[in-house]
Design a protein around this ligand. Structure first.
Ligand SMILES: *[C@@H]1O[C@H](CO)[C@@H](O)[C@H](O)[C@H]1NC(C)=O
Ligand SMILES: *[C@@H]1O[C@H](CO)[C@@H](O)[C@H](O)[C@H]1NC(C)=O
Ligand SMILES: *[C@@H]1O[C@H](CO)[C@@H](O)[C@H](O)[C@H]1NC(C)=O
Ligand SMILES: *[C@@H]1O[C@H](CO)[C@@H](O)[C@H](O)[C@H]1NC(C)=O
Ligand SMILES: *[C@@H]1O[C@H](CO)[C@@H](O)[C@H](O)[C@H]1NC(C)=O
Ligand SMILES: *[C@@H]1O[C@H](CO)[C@@H](O)[C@H](O)[C@H]1NC(C)=O
Length: 506
């Protein structure tokens, strides 16, 4: 039973020896174990989404010489200590706290800047107590997949009018990897654009992009939307940046002024001048009224109205009493739209004095009617004069012809002669021989004779039956030639004479 009493003593001794061996012999043993030391950094490449936690794996063999194991990012002068046992590394935690073999770390909330190559490094304390690299892992290349930021669309720095071509830019940044697609839409219509410009910082851990389109704006674009759509492998759904084109658009108003009632107006009438400000955008407009160039104190009666297309319109009304002294006054509507140059539209108030107007009207009416009467009278007079002249002329004509062809002759009964041409002359009748060219045949003549006066009686053949239809020739019209000098139109006997007829008028 010897080994029993010695047993505990030997065990204790050997344990002590081991410990002593370990403690004393470490440097010597370290040199030996360096050869057997192993460090494993199995991850070649790791990609992690930004914001997530990165795990970097590193294991070593259990027996290792004194000296720390650290995580370095980069190598050479660029290196950066990510983790070591001492010190504060807020984002980094060890997977197994205090382990000699497991040196895996977690880095939470990874950022694009965290991209790079990470090395797990075993240092050993040299004789000079300085640390030197014992072994390093092959390195793990970490890429941080980063989503692009929400795309931002910016327009021109100032508003532009319809028809102008202006650039719009879409930017998104901080994404990794660099491949990204950008599409543009106006409402739902696709717009072609150049490929986006990609820029990156020195570390190439993330990229920024910028895409530009040129667009012409129109009035209708007040309600239009510009969309920049970005697609990236880190995104489950594309990101859309929007821009209301109304932000870039200025539609200047059309302005005109009208008056109700329109000029000229009667004295003391109320005239409403309305300034129509139409089709403008944006809605900030200031309307002022000037009377003869001086600003008027006008109640703000205008109300901004938004039309369906998104443009605005506004009417501003000013009421003016048309006092006589305001005759010829100008009323100017001054519109300042969106801090642009003012637009002036003017109307002039013209006043008619009602009494003067009436008088004028009356006198002119009178003048008119007088003139009319004069004209009518003149025309009538002229017509009458012409008529009289014509009649006189006709009479003259007849008279002058009567001397030749239409003649009236009175045949007195021959007192002395025995043979007469007039057989039907028993009652001492004198016949007027009236020769009318037109109705020679139809006219029969009978001249009745009294003692002192003679009547020329003409009986026409048209009314032969009625004795009452006997007509008396107006002998005024029958020129009875008394002139004896005239040669007889018909050769008569020398004894025949021309009667001188005296006709009493009724
Ligand atoms: C490290 O790289 C060497 C060659 O460069 C290779 O032989 C070895 O297998 C690599 N180790 C690991 C863990 O990848
Ligand atoms: C890390 O950088 C420092 C100086 O910045 C340098 O002295 C050191 O040797 C570097 N270490 C490694 C492992 O590259
Ligand atoms: C990307 O954009 C951000 C913000 O716009 C800026 O701070 C950063 O410097 C840009 N990076 C590059 C590489 O252009
Ligand atoms: C117009 O009104 C003024 C007072 O407002 C008055 O003196 C003037 O007689 C009026 N004129 C007419 C034509 O009514
Ligand atoms: C004056 O009119 C404008 C519309 O042009 C309106 O926005 C504003 O509220 C009005 N101001 C007053 C004091 O009525
Ligand atoms: C107003 O002026 C016009 C000419 O400008 C003139 O014809 C008219 O008679 C004037 N009215 C009054 C009421 O003075």
């Amino acid at each position: 039973m010897e080994p029993l009493p010695r047993g505990p003593g030997r065990v204790a001794w050997s344990l002590t020896c081991l410990v002593l061996l370990f403690l004393r012999g470490w440097p010597g043993v370290g040199a030996q174990t360096t050869l057997g030391f192993e460090l494993q950094q199995p991850q070649d490449k790791v990609s992690v989404k930004a914001g997530e936690t990165l795990t970097l794996i590193c294991t070593t063999s259990p027996l290792s010489p004194p000296g720390p194991v650290k995580w370095l990012k980069g190598w050479g002068s660029e290196n950066q200590t990510i983790y070591e046992q001492t010190g504060s590394f807020p984002r980094v935690t060890r997977a197994v706290d205090g382990s000699d073999t497991v040196h895996t770390i977690h880095i939470r909330d990874v950022q694009p800047e965290d991209a790079g190559t990470y090395y797990c490094v075993k240092f050993r304390k040299s004789v000079s107590a300085a640390e030197e690299v014992l072994q390093r892992g092959n390195g793990t290349e970490v890429s941080v997949l980063a989503k692009p930021t929400h795309p931002l669309v910016s327009g021109p720095g100032h508003r532009v009018g319809p028809g102008e071509l202006v650039p719009f830019t879409c930017t998104a940044g901080g994404f990794f990897p660099e491949n990204i697609s950008v599409k543009w839409f106006k409402n739902r219509t696709s717009i072609s654009a150049q490929p986006p410009q990609i820029t990156s910082g020195r570390t190439k851990s993330s990229y920024n992009m910028s895409s530009t389109v040129m667009m012409t704006l129109w009035e209708e674009d007040v309600r239009s939307q510009l969309i920049c759509e970005v697609q990236h492998r880190t995104l489950t759904a594309s990101l859309r940046g929007t821009y209301q084109l109304s932000q870039a658009l200025r539609v200047s108003p059309t302005v005109h002024v009208d008056a109700d009632p329109p000029s000229p107006v009667g004295v003391n009438k109320t005239v409403k001048f309305t300034c129509h400000v139409k089709r403008f955008y944006p809605g900030n407009v200031v309307v002022t009224w000037l009377e003869n160039g001086t600003e008027m104190n006008v109640e703000n009666t205008s109300r901004l109205v938004e039309m369906p297309q998104g443009l605005f319109q506004l009417n501003s009304v000013v009421e003016v009493k048309a006092m006589e002294e305001k005759n010829g006054s100008t009323f100017t509507c001054r519109v300042v739209h969106d801090a642009q140059d003012p637009v002036d539209r003017m109307a002039t108030l013209r006043i008619t004095a009602p009494d003067r107007k009436g008088m004028d009207d009356e006198s002119s009416a009178v003048n008119g009617s007088l003139l009319l009467i004069c004209i009518v009278v003149g025309v009538v007079c002229t017509v009458l004069a012409l008529l009289v002249a014509a009649i006189l002329y006709l009479i003259r004509l007849k008279q002058s012809k009567g001397k030749s062809s239409p003649s009236a002759r009175l045949h007195e009964p021959e007192k002395s002669s025995e043979a007469t041409t007039q057989e039907s002359d028993p009652n001492n009748l004198t016949y007027a021989d009236l020769n009318f060219e037109k109705e020679k045949k139809s006219i029969r003549r009978m001249v009745e004779m009294s003692q002192q006066s003679e009547y020329a009686c003409i009986q026409t053949s048209r009314a032969p039956n009625g004795d009452d239809n006997l007509t008396y020739a107006d002998l005024d019209m029958v020129h009875l030639s008394k002139a004896p000098k005239r040669p007889a139109p018909q050769p008569e006997e020398t004894g025949s004479e021309y009667a001188s007829v005296q006709i009493p008028r009724k």
